[in-house]
Design a binder for this molecule. Structure first.
Ligand code: SF4
Length: 239
């Protein structure tokens, strides 16, 4: 998106140079004016985004046009946030967590009235205990419901609300399953990095991102706060 935006700006400036040459105008002045206008626009967009996020934080809702602006600018600003964060020695995961929080606030500010079957709960297979011999990727029904990992409770939610629940081995399979199932809403459970990647990839479906707990470090025997997942599912079901 950032590349597209820069491409549009380059095209506009190129066009302005040609027009000013044809009309014998001062090219330098025209380009400087165009750049100043562009910077002013970016500044306004950033200021509107920050104010909208603050409003969203305190009111839990913002007018639709402001919501659209935040949805548009946040993915664009994310790389800048990462660079600034690096300069300020802020951990990348803290920035990613902030990104998922803003995303969740936006989704929570919108009302849905979906059936359970339109909702997909998606989780990586590190949620399953590493010693568990049952292959639950592709088919969660293979879980023997021993209760030693969160998969058991997530199957409980699947039965209670009639939602789809799948365990995937990575982003490629997750994208494939989304294409196949075509859910109207997703509750994604993963680490900060994978969640931000997924949010950047899947733009057309609302996603509530739930960050997993990693008591044994990344990618092994992870957990999830089942209440947080249930709250997310209920938000999509309830009007
Ligand atoms: S609940 Fe038990 S059987 Fe099911 S995936 Fe977890 S460890 Fe395996």
């Amino acid at each position: 998106m950032l590349v597209t935006l820069l491409g549009i700006v380059a095209l506009l400036i190129g066009g302005l140079i040609i027009i000013s040459l044809q009309n014998h105008l001062d090219v330098f002045r025209v380009v400087i004016l165009a750049l100043l206008f562009f910077l002013l626009l970016i500044g306004l967009l950033i200021a509107t985004t920050i104010l909208s996020i603050m409003l969203l934080w305190y009111n839990n809702s913002i007018p639709k046009p402001l919501m659209k602006i935040v949805e548009f600018t946040i993915p664009l600003l994310y790389p800048i946030m990462v660079v600034v964060g690096k300069g300020l020695k802020i951990e990348k995961n803290t920035i990613r967590r902030a990104y998922t929080l803003i995303n969740n606030k936006l989704v929570m500010a919108t009302s849905y009235n979906l059936k359970g079957e339109a909702i997909l709960v998606l989780t990586p297979h590190c949620l399953q205990k590493s010693f568990c011999p049952h292959k639950i990727t592709h088919k969660v029904e293979n879980c023997k419901r021993c209760g030693l990992c969160s998969v058991d409770q997530l199957i409980g939610l699947k039965e209670k609300y009639g939602i789809n629940f799948i365990v995937v081995t990575g982003g490629t399979l997750a994208r494939k399953m989304i294409m196949e199932l075509r859910p109207k809403a997703i509750v994604a459970i993963a680490c900060e990095r994978d969640l931000v990647g997924g949010l950047m990839d899947v733009k057309k479906v609302p996603i509530i991102a739930v960050i997993n707990q990693r008591p044994e470090g990344p990618c092994i025997n992870t957990n999830v706060d089942i209440k947080e997942v249930e709250r997310a599912v209920c938000h999509f079901i309830k009007e």
